[in-house]
Design a protein around this ligand. Structure first.
Ligand SMILES: Nc1ncnc2c1ncn2[C@@H]1O[C@H](COP(=O)(O)OP(=O)(O)O)[C@@H](O)[C@H]1O
Ligand SMILES: [Mg+2]
Length: 225
């Protein structure tokens, strides 16, 4: 089992989208996946309601998870599933701290703006504080979110600053795609989207699978280190 936590001190950077898409791709690849929604706005509950019964196979969803129950829920899911993905609120609270405390990998999404990079730095300081508090290494990596094919200069500059600070960036980006947005409008899984509903669903699936593979490789690299 691996506990993957999505964290950022800012809303709107793509945490929930990455959590959901990653969950779909990992389950599609044959892993058993638990998705834990610890955001009081319950984005995954809304998605599940839209989906009716159409949830991926080998997939468990836990919604309404609060600071009182998050550690228990993560530990329960870890016993059962190969991947536990935790989606959090975009601000620091006890649930965020507890989830980071249990993480095998914290993914910090950021878009290519200086403000985002500053927010990401805040989360990274929180992770490092927790690592000291728990006296254990808490691995983390940045993930570039909502990117476009043409990369503006500011985005390139921020990327090189992050790398310069010694922070890992996942080699696969989460591209801005209609299909990813559509999941929270139509429900269902990434693999159910058709080209009538969204443009290039196949490319969205390929992006999701590459991302899942990058996460698996990153986790493997951490184990071997
Ligand atoms: N890769 C993406 N492609 C297209 N839209 C995206 C993507 N990531 C996020 N969005 C959209 O941006 C908004 C915020 O994303 P969300 O995942 O809810 O962020 P967070 O959980 O960090 O607040 C949502 O409307 C979502 O549909
Ligand atoms: Mg969210």
């Amino acid at each position: 089992m691996s506990v993957i936590v999505l964290a950022s001190s800012k809303g709107g950077v793509g945490k929930s989208t990455i959590a959901l898409v990653l969950a779909h791709a990992l389950a599609h690849a044959g892993g058993s996946v638990a998705l834990i929604d610890a955001d009081p706005n319950s984005p995954m509950d809304a998605w599940a309601k839209l989906s009716g019964g159409n949830l991926p196979e080998r997939f468990t969803l836990n919604v309404g998870v609060s600071e009182d129950s998050i550690i228990e829920k993560i530990d329960e899911a870890s016993e059962r599933d190969s991947f536990v993905i935790v989606d959090l609120e975009g601000s620091a609270n006890m649930a965020v701290s507890y989830a980071i405390g249990r993480a095998d990998l914290v993914l910090v999404p950021l878009q290519g703006s200086q403000l985002d990079a500053n927010e990401a730095a805040k989360v990274i300081r929180l992770i490092e504080r927790e690592a000291r508090a728990y006296r254990r290494k808490i691995p983390y990596a940045a993930i570039l979110s909502r990117t476009s094919f043409i990369k503006p200069r500011t985005a390139k500059h921020i990327e090189s600053e992050i790398r310069g600070a010694g922070i890992d960036i996942l080699p696969v980006e989460m591209t801005e795609r209609d299909a990813f947005k559509a999941l929270f409008s139509f429900g269902g899984t990434l693999y159910d989207l058709t080209s009538e509903e969204v443009s290039s669903p196949d490319k969205a699936c390929a992006n999701a699978e590459a991302l899942a593979q990058a996460v698996i490789d990153h986790l493997r690299g951490l184990k071997d280190a």
